[in-house]
Design a protein around this ligand. Structure first.
Ligand SMILES: O=P(O)(O)OC[C@H]1O[C@H](OP(=O)(O)OP(=O)(O)O)[C@H](O)[C@@H]1O
Ligand SMILES: O=c1cc[nH]c(=O)[nH]1
Ligand SMILES: [Mg+2]
Length: 210
């Protein structure tokens, strides 16, 4: 059992975008737009403490000190639903490399089934930002983050739109080195392991049902 560092990003704009995502009347395009805006706020908070390095630049007037991220994190969206966060995170972190993990939760067992992983072989001394809008049972994120620690990663930041208390407990029990930034901690999971009140299936809400 470890302490998962948990931050709820409850900025008014985050709450408004999350409300749009929760509303069943929101169509696929509007859902994707709201997720992009929410991702911006999540990345903003999660990068607050990243190390910067100084370098000299010349403005039209004089020379001065400039700043850049010392070590841009590897961005890892969890397919499908995390894809909707990837472009926004990459725009804010343009020097970052991106890896991909594909998981589909088995809706009978609720266990993740892996269908792809494209990651650098070594993640020693690399900070990784994992993008997945939904932390429900936590099975998918434990699977993804274990792939990362198996490659030597010791610093993982998870960005999600919604988290269930059950998923947070599962992450804590996993012992993985994690920080989690979420737009909300919802009430519970229902009998189908969906987050309540939630927003439904984040993959289907963006891309259509499979
Ligand atoms: O915490 P868990 O109980 O594991 O559930 C969360 C997972 O479920 C969703 O993906 P899903 O399996 O529906 O795949 P999709 O993104 O292709 O829709 C979501 O994007 C997470 O990856
Ligand atoms: O509520 C949930 C749970 C798992 N996956 C989703 O997309 N939504
Ligand atoms: Mg889905």
């Amino acid at each position: 059992m470890t302490d998962v560092q948990l931050t709820v990003v409850d900025h008014p704009i985050a709450r408004a975008r999350l409300t749009r995502m929760r509303d069943e009347r929101t169509d696929n395009a509007a859902f994707r737009a709201a997720l992009r805006d929410l991702t911006e706020l999540l990345v903003f908070e999660a990068t607050r403490e990243l190390a910067v390095e100084e370098y000299e630049i010349t403005t039209p007037v004089t020379t001065t000190t400039g700043y850049r991220l010392a070590a841009p994190p590897l961005i890892v969206p969890v397919l499908r639903a995390g894809l909707g966060m990837a472009d926004t995170a990459h725009s804010l972190l343009p020097e970052s490399q991106m890896g991909f993990v594909g998981l589909a939760r088995n809706e009978t067992t609720f266990e993740p089934e892996a269908y792809m992983a494209s990651l650098p072989e070594s993640l020693v001394d690399r900070e990784v930002f994992v993008l997945d809008p939904m932390l429900a049972t936590g099975g998918s994120l434990v699977h993804c983050c274990t792939l990362l620690t198996e490659r030597g990663c010791t610093s993982i930041t998870v960005l999600c739109a919604l988290a269930a208390p059950e998923g947070i407990t599962r992450l804590e029990q996993s012992g993985l080195p994690l920080r989690v930034f979420t737009g909300s901690i919802d009430s519970e999971l229902n009998a189908d392991a969906y987050i309540v009140p939630g927003l439904g299936d984040a993959g289907d809400r963006q891309f259509g049902a499979v």
